[in-house]
Design a protein around this ligand. Structure first.
Ligand code: IDP
Length: 141
């Protein structure tokens, strides 16, 4: 399988719960490496731009409101099949439907406050990594 990069966001609910380390530990134990990381408090404009594909959806306002409600940790994860592997570790969007042992099953409260974001395709990963990181901020080993 190819080495890929994917964008992960530890969302405001998980940062507030103080489980940043536990979440990163799951990525590392699954063989993904953190090759870029920063903590940010997203502006409304940053959150709207990031989630632009959802702007016509009824939950868009709530999503932007939630993502700007507190700090987040944005990271680039690298590894074999990183995009699908991260989605598997995250679990389903709605934590009530997320498989046992996934990040969302263990740390998320609701479909709004669902602990993590992960790119869902190679095209999204490319756009999302570039949205938050310049190439000199990414440090592969
Ligand atoms: P994903 O984060 O699992 O990729 P997406 O469909 O890309 O899910 O949706 C982005 C985010 O928007 C979700 O993580 C969730 O927080 C929020 N969201 C998605 N669907 C709903 C919904 O039906 N109601 C409220 N929020 C939603």
């Amino acid at each position: 399988m190819a080495i890929e990069r994917t964008l992960s966001i530890i969302k405001p609910d998980a940062v507030a719960k103080n489980v940043i380390g536990e979440i990163i530990s799951r990525f590392e134990k699954a063989g993904l490496q953190v090759v870029a990381s920063k903590m940010l408090h997203l502006s409304k404009e940053q959150a709207e731009g990031f989630y632009a594909e959802h702007k016509e959806r009824p939950f868009f306002g709530d999503l932007v409101g939630f993502m700007t409600s507190g700090p987040v940790v944005v990271q680039v994860l690298e590894g074999e099949g990183a995009i699908a592997k991260n989605r598997e570790l995250m679990g389903a969007t709605n934590p009530q439907e997320a498989a046992a042992g996934t990040i969302r099953a263990d740390f998320a409260q609701s479909i709004d406050a669902n602990a993590v974001h992960g790119s869902d395709s190679a095209a999204s990963a490319e756009r999302e990594v570039a949205y938050f990181f310049s190439s000199d901020e990414i440090c592969p080993r």
